[in-house]
Every structure is written in structure tokens, then in C-alpha cells.
Ligand binder design. Structure first.
Ligand code: PLP
Length: 467
């Protein structure tokens, strides 16, 4: 690759050093050798800045995570204070520390479903891997040793570790990694715009998905399935809101077969959809929940698994029977991350951050949906402070552009030049997920910059004779 596509000699010294030393994920490595990476230097509020002082409105909140924006001094102070007091301690072998206990207590109090205990990890993927292991552990504890399969949906995103990537329903995450593992059972994605049938109402579409889920479970054998993972709003698979009545249609199917519902709230958790958790916005009750990202406003890595009292009881019984729960990470419940998370949750409450989301979300959603008038935009939908547009070649038939043209990536590059960071997802969908602290005037600024990026994308598509 290096011979046929040399690194652009015009890149800055920092960019060249990066190109020589960093393995870049989630990136077109061919284009990167020409453009070089965007090297960020600092951030304040909803803006980040490069080395030349150019500002970028961070319309993705980093990776759907920096809920309180950049430069939140209270979080910095909480980290420094804890660093001084006890920079490391673990929870192995009967040890504990105050930040871990306080955080677990607070999460139990906040949780929308009864939680027995909390297990900590460091990333969404690790927490979901832990979920899978704990579901298998619980099946064994119940004497249901055949219940090991896990249902996850097409276009789901549950992480990149071996097991969580197996649940992720996007081909790109499996290719050349020899994944997915065969414990995964695939269910349909839930996206009315793309997969609803002509003349079918959202409710009917939800009922059809539930019936298909039932058939899938029957085909696989209900007694072989441990759990189903869901995201309230499917994030990396397209930032797609569920159709009306979706969770009300599928949860009785899971209940009928005794299948545990694992709610992956890594993106939706902590206010993103206008309530503390996505399952509250969509009114369903999980048995277990994965949280990460906004748990610490992403200032430090931390994630958690919240388990129902019934799951905790069975897991602890099994741990007693076999001599211990042999699963945790060195950095599980890291005291500095936990202290920052405790402070983050305190700030959400004190400043009524989720109430703020409910206040500004109608304006965000109205401006998002107005983009349907743009010549490139077929779908524009969302909830709270998350949403996406889908660019299509034909609005009537919803035909997508040829994927090889990379229109979505092109759009994100034009947006970056216009001073806004967005994320291109599958099918030329562009996601928006700004920090929760964004104000109404900043939402206007976001959509003005985004529209300029879209207009430039349209000009490019015309020049390429794609439209
Ligand atoms: C819903 C969901 N689950 C899990 C993950 C994986 O989290 P991490 O990247 O922290 O491993 C993500 C990451 O974006 C996510 O969006």
C-alpha cells in the first residue's frame, strides 16, 4: 500500500509522525494517507480545536459520550482529588473503596428497574462481554446448560471484543476477524423508514418484527437461548429510532420463552433520549443493563453491568458453589474513574441536565427533520439529542447511492472543513449526537454548519454525476 499510495508530503510534521506510528481504526486508510488525521489540541464546551486554533462544533459528543462537553472543571477536580487520595485500588479478594461503593449505590438508586448489584468494567465492549459471560454463568447455575445462544439484531452495535463483536450486526466488524462466533442468533433491525413495507403502519411493522422474532426463537429452540441484547436507539448501526410499539411487541415474546432482556444503554444511558435511560423513553423493563460513555461524561473510561436481584442471587449462588466469581478486570471500579462518574451523576442531577435535554430536544428534532427538504436527504429522524439523516439517490424509492462512492464519508469530510464533526455510518447515514449541554443557539449553529456541509456534498455528487 505504501508504494502505490505514498503519504502526502504536504502533511504537517505532527500528521506525518502520526502516520508513521498510529494504527487508525474505523478509518479509510487510503484516504488518510492523503488527508492526514485531524489532530485535536483542546476543547471547551461543545467545541474542539486543532493546532491552528480552528474550531469544530463536536456534533458527535466525541463518540456519543462527552455529555457535559469539554472543560468541565468539577470533573477535573474530582479526578485530581481522588488521584491524590487513592489513585488505585481494586475490588478483588474482598477489597473495596468508597468511590466504587458510592457509584454502585447511586446507580442502584437511579436505575429504572430493580437492581441487585453492579459490576464494573472499563468499556462498553468489556461490559457486554461480561454480560454474555454472566448470562452463560446464570444458565449453568439454573441447570439450563443448553441456554447459551444470544439474540442480537442486524445492525446492532455492542462492541468489538470477540464476544461483543459477535453480537454486533455489521459485516465490517466480522470480515477477516473470523467472526461472529456461533452463539449469535440474528434478529431483524428495527427501522421503519428502511424496512417498513409499503402501506404498513409502524405498529403493524412492530407486530411483524415480533412475529418474526417468535419464529426465530422457535426455529433455534427456545431452550437454547439465554438472552437478547437491544439498544433503545440503534446507534452505530445507523442512529435509528425504533418504530412505535416495538418494545411492547417484542418483550412479551421474550417473556414467553424466559429469555433475559439485556439493555445496552451505552449510548442512550444518561439523558440522551430525554430521560435518564432509553428504556424509560420507550417504556420497557430490562433484566440487565450495560452502561458506559456518559456515565463519566467520557472523562475517564468506566462501564458497568446492572443486574436484577434475581440474576445477582443466582450468580452469587453459583459463585459460592464453584468457589468464587472468577471474572473481573484489574481496572474494574478504578477509584479515579469511579470518583469522576460519581461527580458526573451529581452534576446531571444538580443541573437537571436531562430536563435541559427535554427542553432543547424539540428544537434539535425540528431542525433535523427540516433537513428532509434537502435534495440529498431521504430520512431524517431522531429522539432527544440523537438523530441521523440518510442520503439517498432517489427519495421516492429510497434507493441508496453506490456504497463504493463513499458519499457519507465525503459528507463528513466536507462537514469537517465547515467546522463541524459528524459521523458517517452505513448507507450514507450521518449521525448527530452533540453534548447534552448544547444550547438552543448552538443547535442553530450546528445545523447551519451541517447544512453547508450537505450543500457541498450535493455539489460534489453533481460533479460526480451521481445526482
Ligand atoms: C450501544 C453500544 N454498545 C457498546 C459499545 C462499545 O463500547 P466501547 O467502544 O466502549 O467498547 C458501543 C460503542 O459505541 C455502543 O454504542
Amino acid at each position: 500500500m505504501s508504494a502505490s499510495n505514498p503519504v502526502n508530503p504536504a502533511l504537517s510534521n505532527t500528521q506525518s509522525r502520526d502516520m508513521a506510528s498510529l494504527l487508525h481504526p474505523f478509518t479509510n486508510l487510503v484516504t488518510l494517507r492523503q488527508t492526514g488525521p485531524l489532530v485535536l489540541e483542546r476543547g471547551k464546551g461543545i467545541f474542539v480545536y486543532d493546532g491552528n486554533g480552528k474550531d469544530y462544533l463536536e456534533a458527535m459528543g466525541g463518540l456519543w459520550c462527552t455529555a457535559l462537553g469539554w472543560g468541565e472543571e468539577e470533573l477535573i477536580d474530582a479526578a485530581v482529588e481522588q488521584m491524590r487520595k487513592l489513585p488505585f485500588a481494586h475490588v478483588f479478594g474482598g477489597k473495596s473503596h468508597e468511590p466504587a461503593i458510592a457509584l454502585a449505590e447511586k446507580l442502584k438508586e437511579m436505575s429504572p428497574f430493580p437492581v441487585g448489584k453492579v459490576f464494573f468494567a472499563n468499556s462498553g465492549s468489556e461490559a457486554n462481554d461480561s454480560q454474555i459471560k454472566l448470562m452463560w454463568y446464570a444458565s449453568n447455575a439454573r441447570g439450563q446448560k443448553a441456554r447459551k445462544k444470544i439474540i442480537a439484531r442486524d445492525r446492532a452495535y455492542h462492541g468489538v471484543t470477540l464476544a461483543s463483536a459477535s453480537l454486533t450486526g455489521l459485516d465490517a466488524f466480522h470480515k477477516s476477524f473470523d467472526l461472529p462466533f456461533n452463539f449469535t442468533v440474528r434478529a431483524q433491525a428495527a427501522h421503519y423508514y428502511r424496512f417498513g413495507l409499503p402501506g404498513e403502519s409502524e405498529q403493524d411493522y412492530s407486530a411483524r418484527l415480533a412475529a418474526e422474532l417468535d419464529q426465530t426463537i422457535q426455529r433455534e429452540g427456545p431452550d437454547t437461548i439465554a438472552a437478547m441484547f437491544v439498544e433503545a436507539v440503534m446507534g452505530a448501526g445507523g442512529a435509528m429510532v425504533p418504530p412505535k410499539g416495538y418494545f411492547q411487541a417484542i418483550t412479551p415474546v421474550l417473556d414467553k420463552y424466559g429469555i433475559t432482556l439485556v439493555d445496552d444503554e451505552v449510548i442512550c444511558g444518561f439523558g440522551r433520549t430525554g430521560n435518564a435511560f432509553g428504556c424509560q423513553t420507550y417504556n420497557y423493563q430490562p433484566d440487565s443493563m450495560t452502561i458506559a460513555k456518559a456515565l463519566s461524561s467520557a472523562y475517564l473510561p468506566i462501564s458497568a453491568v446492572l443486574l436484577s436481584p434475581e440474576l445477582v442471587e443466582i450468580i452469587e449462588e453459583e459463585a459460592v458453589r464453584i468457589g468464587g466469581l472468577w471474572h473481573a478486570f484489574t481496572y474494574s471500579a478504578h477509584p479515579v474513574s469511579a470518583a469522576v462518574a460519581v461527580k458526573t451523576l451529581e452534576i446531571y442531577e444538580r443541573r437537571d441536565t436531562f430536563g435541559h435535554v427535554r427542553k432543547v430536544a424539540p428544537h434539535f428534532q425540528a431542525r433535523l427533520k427540516a433537513l428532509k427538504d434537502h435534495p440529498l436527504v431521504g430520512d431524517a429522524n431522531g429522539v432527544g439529542l440523537i438523530g441521523a439523516i440518510e442520503m439517498v439517490a432517489d427519495k421516492k424509492t429510497k434507493r441508496n447511492f453506490d456504497a463504493a462512492k463513499g458519499l457519507g464519508i465525503k459528507c463528513s469530510q466536507f462537514c469537517q472543513q465547515e467546522g463541524i464533526i459528524v459521523r458517517a455510518l452505513i448507507n450514507d447515514r450521518i449521525a448527530l449526537c452533540p453534548p447534552l449541554v448544547i444550547r438552543e443557539a448552538e443547535i442553530d449553529e450546528l445545523f447551519e454548519r451541517f447544512t453547508r456541509g450537505l450543500d457541498r456534498t450535493l455539489d460534489w455528487a453533481k460533479a460526480e454525476q451521481m445526482v
